[in-house]
Design a protein around this ligand. Sequence first.
Ligand SMILES: C[S@@+](CC[C@H](N)C(=O)[O-])C[C@H]1O[C@@H](n2cnc3c(N)ncnc32)[C@H](O)[C@@H]1O
Length: 211
Amino acid sequence: MSNIIKLKTLLLTPLIKFAVKHPGIMETKIFMKAMIIFPAKLSKSYDAKIVAGINDYEMALDSGLARINSEPEIILDLCTGTGFAAFKIAKLFPVAMIDAVDQSKEMIEIAREKAKVDGIQNIHFKKGNAIKLEYADNEFDFIATSNAPIYLSEAVRVLRPGGLILVAYSFGGDAFGKAKKIISHYLEMNGLKLLEIKSIGSGAYVLGEKK
Ligand SMILES: C[S@@+](CC[C@H](N)C(=O)[O-])C[C@H]1O[C@@H](n2cnc3c(N)ncnc32)[C@H](O)[C@@H]1O
C-alpha cells in the first residue's frame, strides 16, 4: 500500500466518518494543534501527493459546485490550503471576488504563487482562522470549503441570508448518507436549511442555505 493510500484509508476516511457524527471533535485542542502541524509539513508536496495522488479527489467538490445555480458575486473559500476549491470557483465565476482563507502561511504562499503563475487576479489568499474570521456579518453570497474542518456557526455568521454554503469531502462519503438526520439537525441548529446531501465517488458534499 502506498503512503498516500495508507493516509486516505487509515487516517482521513475514518477521521471524516467520526467527525460527521461527532462534529465537536474539530474544536478539541489536539485536533486544532494537528491542523497547524500537518499543513506546514505537507504544504510542499500537497498538490502532487494529495490532490493529484488520490483518486476521485475532485469529484465531490465538482459535483457540489455544479449544483450552484445562482451567480454569487462575493465568495469565501474556507481552509483553502493550496487553493484547490478557490481556483475551481474562480473558473466557474470569473467576475466574482473570492477570498480564500487558511491559517497555514506555508499553504497560502503556495496558493499565491500558483495564482501569480496563472495570472489569476480575482482570488485574494489571506491568512486567517476559520474559527474567528475577520469579516463583518452577512458579507458573502457563497461559502465553499473542501476537505477541512468546519466551524459552522462562524461560517454562517459571515454568510448573507439566502446565501449558499457548500461543504465537500473527498473521502468518507458513505458516512454522510448514513448521518443525514444528524447533519440536517446540525445545519438547522446553525441557521441553515439543508438543500442536499450527496455521497459521490469516495466523497460527499452538503449544500445548505442560510435562512
Ligand atoms: C486537508 S487541507 C484542505 C485544503 C483544500 N481545501 C483542499 O481541499 O485540498 C485542510 C486545510 O485546512 C486548513 N485549516 C485547518 N484548520 C483551520 C482553521 N481553523 N482556520 C483556517 N484554516 C484551517 C489547514 O491549514 C489546511 O490547509
